[in-house]
Design a protein around this ligand. Structure first.
Ligand code: PMP
Length: 445
C-alpha cells in the first residue's frame, strides 16, 4: 500500500496492472492524476481539489457531470431490462432513440445504426460505403479519401483514413486510403471562427480523382471541424466545395461528427451549422453525455433502402455487421435522457450564446510569446505552441499539467492545447480558465 494521497490507496501493483490508453504509462504511474468524483462542470481530484472540466471529459459531457436525469434513467433501465440481444430481437428504447436522433439531424439523414464508440461508428460507416457501391454493382469503388490531421478513431479503417502520423506509424499496412491536405495554413493563423481562406484546398479532391478515378473511390471522410488535431474549423466554402465534387463524381461524403454532433459547434450538428449535408454521419460521445459508451451512424434513406433491396429473410442479404453492444438498453436510456436534457435546458442555444465571449477571451492569449496559432468554433478551441520570437517551443504536456495544478483540466495533443467547454459554462469560468492558461504559459517558460 502506498501512503501517498495521490495514489488514492492503490498499490503500485494495481497501478501497473492497467495498461492505459493514449497515456505515458511509466510517467503516469510515478505521478498519478486520479479523479475521484465529478459534479456539474467540475472534477474532484485525489487531494479533494475542484478542477474545472475544460474539455467536457473528452468532448463527451457537454451537459455537465452526474446529471440526475441521466443517472436515474440508467438506474431505472438497469433494473427493468439490463441487456437484450442486439441481433434478431429488439427493445423499444432503441427505436425511440433512433427516431429522436433523426430529429436532431438535417432532413433525409434518417436511418440510425447503433455502435459502441466513435471508432466503431467510423468502421461501420466505411463498411456501409463499400457495401453500398457493391450492392449498386460498382464493386471497384473501395478506396477512401481522408485528410491530413484527420482523426477517425483507432481501428483499422479509422487509422487508415485518419491523418495523424503518430497513430499509424508502428502498425504497418491499413486499408486503402489517400489523403487531402489539411486546412491549417499559415495565412489562417489566429483567424476567429471559420477562416476566410482555404476553400480552394477542397479542389485537391479533383486532382485526386483525376489520378485515382472516381470508379475506384467509395467515399470521402472528414470531420467538418477537426477536433483531436487541435480544433480546425473549416474554411468558408470548403465543405460546400467537397460536397459539390463528391456529388459530381458519385462519391459518398461522410462527416465524422463524433465531436461536433449534439451541440459542440452551437448547433445540433456540424452539417447544420456549416450548411452542408453528408450522405453518412458518424456520431458518439455527446449522445449519452459520455456516461455510457455509445455511437450512432446516421445515413441517408437511399443508402438504407439500397441495403433493404433484397428478397428473403436472411440478414446476411442486408448488412452483415453489428456489435454485441449495439443499441444497448442502458445506453439507449442514457441517450434519451441526454437528448431530453439538451432540449429542456436549451443547452445547445446556451453554448451558442457563450461562443462569442469564449472566442474573444481565447484570442486574448494571442500576445503570448509561445502561441503561434489560436482557433475556435462554438465552445471548442485550440492553441498551437511552437517556437516564436526567438523563444523555444513549450511542451503542451507541461502547460496542461500546470493548468491541472491550478485547477483546470485541458487536453494536450501534438503541439496543441485543446478546449471544449461544458455547454452551461459561465462567463466568469471562461475568464478564470483563460487566465490560468496564460499563467501556465508564462510559468512554463
Ligand atoms: N472520430 C472522431 C472525430 C473523434 O474525435 C473520435 C474520438 N476523439 C473518434 C472518431 C473515436 O471515438 P472513440 O474514442 O469513441 O472510439
Amino acid at each position: 500500500m502506498n501512503n501517498n494521497p495521490a495514489y488514492c490507496g492503490l498499490s503500485q501493483e494495481q497501478l501497473d496492472a492497467h495498461w492505459m490508453p493514449f497515456t505515458a504509462n511509466r510517467q503516469f504511474k510515478q505521478d498519478p492524476r486520479l479523479i475521484k468524483s465529478a459534479q456539474g462542470r467540475y472534477y474532484t481530484d485525489a487531494f479533494g481539489r475542484k478542477i474545472f472540466d475544460g474539455l467536457s471529459g473528452l468532448w463527451t459531457c457537454g451537459a455537465g457531470h452526474s446529471r440526475d436525469k441521466i443517472t436515474e434513467a440508467i438506474s431505472k433501465q438497469a433494473k427493468e431490462l439490463d441487456y437484450a440481444p442486439a441481433f434478431q430481437f429488439g427493445h423499444t428504447k432503441s427505436f425511440e432513440l433512433a427516431h429522436r436522433i433523426t430529429e436532431f439531424m438535417p432532413a433525409n439523414l434518417n436511418r440510425v445504426f447503433f455502435t459502441g464508440s466513435g471508432s466503431e461508428s467510423v468502421e461501420t460507416a466505411l463498411k456501409i460505403a463499400r457495401g453500398y457501391w457493391r450492392k449498386k454493382g460498382m464493386a471497384s469503388k473501395t478506396r477512401f479519401v481522408g485528410r491530413a490531421k484527420g482523426y477517425h478513431g483507432v481501428n483499422w479503417g479509422g487509422i487508415s483514413v485518419g491523418g495523424i502520423g503518430a497513430n499509424r506509424a508502428i502498425y504497418g499496412q491499413g486499408i486503402d486510403a489517400i489523403h487531402l491536405p489539411h486546412t491549417m495554413t499559415a495565412e489562417n493563423q489566429f483567424s476567429q471562427g471559420m477562416p476566410e481562406h482555404g476553400a480552394h484546398l477542397a479542389d485537391e479532391l479533383e486532382q485526386m480523382i483525376a489520378v485515382n478515378d472516381a470508379a475506384n473511390i467509395a467515399a470521402v471522410i472528414v470531420e467538418p471541424m477537426a477536433g483531436s488535431a487541435g480544433v480546425i474549423p473549416p474554411p468558408v466554402g470548403y465543405l460546400k466545395r467537397l460536397r459539390e465534387i463528391c456529388t459530381k463524381h458519385n462519391i459518398l461524403l461522410i462527416f465524422d461528427e463524433v465531436i461536433t454532433a449534439f451541440g459542440r459547434v452551437g448547433a445540433n450538428t456540424g452539417a447544420e451549422e456549416f450548411d452542408v449535408i453528408p450522405d453518412i454521419m458518424t456520431t458518439a460521445k455527446q449522445i449519452t453525455n459520455g456516461v455510457i459508451p455509445m455511437g450512432a451512424v446516421i445515413s441517408k434513406q437511399e443508402i438504407y433502402d439500397t441495403f433493404m433491396d433484397t428478397s428473403g429473410p436472411d440478414y446476411m442479404l442486408e448488412l452483415p455487421h453489428g456489435y454485441t453492444y449495439s443499441a444497448h438498453p442502458i445506453a439507449c436510456a442514457a441517450g434519451l435522457a441526454t437528448l431530453e436534457l439538451l432540449e429542456e435546458e436549451q443547452l445547445i442555444a446556451r453554448s451558442k450564446a457563450l461562443a462569442p465571449t469564449f472566442e474573444q477571451k481565447l484570442h486574448s492569449l494571442q500576445g503570448s510569446s509561445h502561441i503561434t496559432d489560436i482557433r475556435n468554433y462554438g465552445l471548442a478551441g485550440g492553441l498551437t505552441l511552437a517556437a516564436k520570437d526567438g523563444q523555444p517551443a513549450l511542451r503542451p504536456y507541461e502547460v496542461a499539467m500546470k493548468c491541472w495544478q491550478k485547477g483546470f483540466y485541458v487536453r494536450y495533443g501534438g503541439d496543441t492545447i485543446q478546449l471544449g467547454l461544458p455547454f452551461s459554462t459561465e462567463d466568469s469560468e471562461v475568464d478564470s480558465l483563460i487566465n490560468a492558461i496564460g499563467e501556465a504559459l508564462s510559468e512554463t517558460e
